[in-house]
Design a protein around this ligand. Sequence first.
Ligand SMILES: C[S@@+](CC[C@H](N)C(=O)[O-])C[C@H]1O[C@@H](n2cnc3c(N)ncnc32)[C@H](O)[C@@H]1O
Length: 179
Amino acid sequence: MRRWPLPTILPGPEPWWTLAAARGGLLAAILEANPGVSGVVFDLPHVAAMARRQLQASGLAGRCRTEAGDFFREVPGGGDLYLLRKVIHDWDDERARVLLRCCRAAMTEAARLIVVEMVVPAGNEPAYAKLLDLLMLVYAGGRERTEVEYHDLLKSAGFSPTRLVATASAVSLIEAKPI
Ligand SMILES: C[S@@+](CC[C@H](N)C(=O)[O-])C[C@H]1O[C@@H](n2cnc3c(N)ncnc32)[C@H](O)[C@@H]1O
């Protein structure tokens, strides 16, 4: 978590927008590991307020802005890179598509989206992501998805998936650009 290599995966664009960012832990890790990078945290108002306090306490507020809103209504524009970690799996396809379309509407042609999620492997072999799929269904009405399912979802929301990058942890990065 401390060594997020995203800028080397996708050099150039900033600021980094982390949507539904909770207390901003992911962005804080990115900023700590990459002194030249700035970012924006976006979440529901009461959560964004917590993130603001947390980022101030960690001395990163100078490189990080906090914005509040509802990602089913509108996502702020102006970002070069929008990062959604462990957000899409909270929602069924219909809700996830609304959320992604709001992101798409906020993004310019040059902006990029990175979805960070576990990707369910194809086939019938046991996999942790399959267990989590059940948990997400029961706990949140959400789901884990295969690579093909992520691609279909992204395409239906106005994105073209560009690549999938495995990480040393259980999650992968699914990069997409606006169509
Ligand atoms: C599972 S957490 C993921 C947090 C963070 N991305 C991470 O990786 O630690 C889901 C986040 O979505 C936020 N969220 C839920 N509904 C939202 C909405 N309608 N608009 C904006 N954020 C929302 C929650 O407040 C929460 O912080």
